[in-house]
Design a protein around this ligand. Structure first.
Ligand code: AMP
Ligand code: MG
Length: 326
């Protein structure tokens, strides 16, 4: 059985094809990179509209399959930017109709967790999902993926990118901040906000920008932002693991490409006698394969949504999904 998934919640449009054993036969994508400012939802949607059909063809060619051999078409139903979601949903509906194949809508955050389960050999992980727009700590309990903690304001990647934009770094700033941080010598005081298992980053951003205006060294600033923000994520993740007595932590989202974040979470896991799992790079970031795989799980467990159940949902909550495949 083959599943084709289309991702398009934010700046990346991606198409993946996977089989029933979670082999990734193809996983291709294109990402908008605004030269100035953040992502403009409509511009991103136009970009996705231009790229999605060639990407579908490219994926089929890479996988060495005919589109007619695909058994199910999956797409990212939310959460995300409305215009992007609508564009990709339209493409997925058109493809499913043309092929006469079933269409399944997938929650983007759940897909980050499922691809990790499918590819990394962890069966019941706590997911630290740290990306541009999303920051959540998610684990399975009683038929749903529960959000144990999340950001109360902006996503961590968003915080890094906004800081970068204000200090003159190109988008995305995360990798540049990581590079600068290597030259950090002094840990500057920044707001550390963990509230229960939730985190918040806007106060940290404001304080970091203020220190910048006061002439703080860029290396020290980047170092301090990373140490503070990543410690917050690590603490909240550890608390979730302790709460449900879980010994597997899975990383997902673009920010987990950061080696310092990995080493902090890895150290926490080691100290608890737990294991950390990190999917291959292209499966950590937004991608079509994770949508294809989660759609396949849903389909095999009997998911047959009517067309009106495939409407997009910009605020699709992780815990709104009924997990029928576990
Ligand atoms: P995503 O939203 O999951 O596609 O991830 C994109 C986000 O990851 C952007 O906010 C980037 O700044 C961030 N990012 C990418 N690489 C790194 C890195 N090495 N360190 C920190 N953040 C990163
Ligand atoms: Mg994502």
């Amino acid at each position: 059985m083959l599943s084709l998934g289309i991702e398009g919640t934010a700046h990346t449009v991606g198409v993946g094809i996977v089989d029933e054993s979670c082999r990734v036969l193809a996983n291709v994508s294109a990402t908008v990179r605004p030269e100035t400012g953040g992502i403009h939802p409509r511009e991103a949607a136009n970009h996705h509209a231009e790229r999605v059909v060639p990407l579908v063809q490219e994926a089929a060619a890479k996988a060495g399959v005919r589109l007619a051999d695909v058994d199910v078409v999956a797409f990212s139903q939310g959460p995300g930017l409305g215009p992007c979601l609508r564009t990709v949903a339209t493409a997925a509906r058109a493809l499913a109709l043309a092929l006469g194949k079933p269409l399944v809508g997938v929650n983007h955050c759940v897909a980050h967790l499922e691809i990790g389960r499918g590819r990394c050999g962890c069966d019941d992980p706590v997911l630290l999902y740290a990306s541009g727009g999303n920051t959540q700590i998610i684990a399975y309990a009683a038929g749903r993926y529960r959000v144990f903690g999340e950001t109360l304001d902006i996503g961590i990647g968003n915080m890094l990118d906004k800081f970068g934009r204000e200090v003159g770094m190109p988008f995305p700033a995360g990798p540049l901040i990581e590079k600068e941080a290597k030259g950090g010598r002094e840990l500057l005081a920044l707001p550390y906000s963990v509230k229960g298992m939730d985190v918040a980053f806007s106060g940290l951003l404001t304080a970091a920008l203020q220190l910048h205006r006061q002439g703080a060294r860029m290396e020290d600033l980047c170092f301090s932002i990373q140490e503070t923000a990543f410690a917050m994520l690590t603490e909240a993740t550890e608390r979730a693991m302790a709460h449900i007595d879980n010994d597997q932590v899975l990383l997902g989202g673009g920010v987990v490409r950061n080696q310092r974040l990995r080493s902090m979470v890895g150290r926490m896991a080691e100290d608890r006698g737990a294991r950390m799992f990190v999917p291959e790079g292209e499966l950590c970031v937004d991608n079509g394969a994770m949508i294809a795989w989660t759609g396949l799980l849903q389909f095999k467990s009997g998911h047959r949504p009517a067309i009106e159940e495939t409407l997009i949902d910009q605020r699709y909550r992780t815990d709104a999904v009924q997990v029928t495949w576990r």
